[in-house]
Design a protein around this ligand. Structure first.
Ligand SMILES: Nc1ncnc2c1ncn2[C@@H]1O[C@H](COP(=O)(O)OP(=O)(O)OP(=O)(O)O)[C@@H](O)[C@H]1O
Length: 346
């Protein structure tokens, strides 16, 4: 059940609050249940009765609920949750939370590598959310924009990769810590590592002209320390055998982009598992965007969705091959950002 699946994922939300970056992605052939796993029933062709709606919820709504539940458990911590939603369609990245000049949602953006070697999307929209309901309102609005087309295998097939990024900023007042001295030392460290300045017109921690939310510069008189972590939730488009899905024209072109980007993802995992000097992140927008989560110090969970049908044996074996490759990747230990915020340990 969806509840049991989330049981395997839930601890990663605690990790997020403990200071780790986290990425959860679903991989599998078209129609195997990736969007169902991430979102739950998500389209009009997939109706669900109100009594089933709660139990059928996927990882994204459950993660939103769990995140706000964990935050409410510690009222001494000021938290800020910002969300961005992008889709990668035909190897182009679209910001699903903003409109262009003609009022059409889904503006094209670029992925860049910063001087520090991190991937970033300049001008990307981040919206502040204050409850699971607000969070899901944004997701549902974005889903209406996501490109879908019917194929012989799946009548409601997603033709793009969906990447939801949650940026969590936690500010902790010093007096909530027993050990003032070590807190002051930490404040010094944070002051040294967050040189950005925020102008008066900008909302603290939020950059209206996109770029990632910037850490709020600390005012020593405010007596707070700050931690910023990132959760990425990725619903990949389905890998697909062109013969089986019977696609032609525009949809065939989409399929070819989907398969190429998934092959690029597999290549990156292969290069990482073989400890190659060059990792080909930039071969696709998908791997470039997810570079820090796949090859960096985030906690990364890849979920495989496979069909129970015998006729999809070849696709199932292909997905399991991808999973084996992902498992062989040994990266640096996930890195924790600063202190625990539970107040119990530092
Ligand atoms: N575990 C499940 N329980 C019940 N229904 C499921 C389950 N997994 C998938 N389904 C159903 O199967 C259909 C296809 O699932 P879904 O849309 O999640 O596939 P997908 O892998 O995201 O496909 P694509 O890559 O083509 O977008 C949907 O109608 C969905 O509700």
């Amino acid at each position: 059940s969806q509840k049991i699946v989330f049981g395997d994922v839930c601890h990663l939300l605690t990790s997020l609050l403990d200071g780790y970056n986290v990425c959860i992605m679903t991989y599998g052939q078209t129609g195997s249940g990736k969007s169902h796993t991430m979102l739950g029933p998500h389209s009009e062709s997939d109706p669900v009765s109100p009594s089933e709606a709660d139990q059928e919820m996927g990882i994204i709504p459950r993660a939103a609920g769990e995140l706000f539940r964990l935050l409410s458990e510690n009222p001494t911590v000021n938290s800020k949750v910002e969300v961005s939603v992008v889709e990668i369609y035909n190897n182009e990245l679209f910001d699903l939370l903003t409109k262009d000049n003609s009022g059409i949602f889904g503006v094209k953006r670029d992925v860049i590598t910063t001087k520090e070697g991190k991937s970033n999307v300049p001008l990307l929209t981040y919206e502040l959310v204050e409850s699971p309901a607000e969070f899901m309102k944004l997701i549902n609005k974005s889903l209406q924009l996501r490109v879908k087309h019917p194929t012989l295998v799946h009548a409601d097939s997603s033709r793009s990769h969906l990447v939801v990024t949650v940026t969590l900023t936690l500010s902790v007042p010093f007096d909530s810590f027993a050990d003032q001295q070590s807190s002051q030392k930490l404040c010094k460290e944070i002051l040294c590592t967050t040189p950005q300045r925020v102008t008066k017109s900008e909302k603290p921690g939020f950059s209206p002209q996109g770029l990632s939310p910037v850490p709020i510069p600390l005012d020593p008189t405010e007596q707070q320390k700050q931690v910023q972590t990132k959760l990425q939730l990725v619903d990949l488009a389905g890998s697909e055998c062109i013969g089986m899905s019977g696609v032609t024209g525009t949809i065939l072109r989409e399929t070819s982009f989907i398969n190429r980007s998934l092959a690029a993802l597999a290549d990156v995992l292969g290069a990482l598992s073989e400890h190659r000097g060059h990792i080909p992140y930039r071969n696709s927008k998908l791997t470039h965007l997810l570079q820090d989560s796949i090859g960096g110090d985030a906690k990364l969970l890849v979920m495989l969705c496979v069909s129970p049908c015998q006729k999809y044996l070849a696709e199932t074996l292909q997905s399991l091959g991808f999973g084996s490759r992902a498992r062989q990747v040994q990266r640096v230990r996930a890195k924790r950002r600063n202190l625990l915020v539970s107040g119990k340990s530092k």
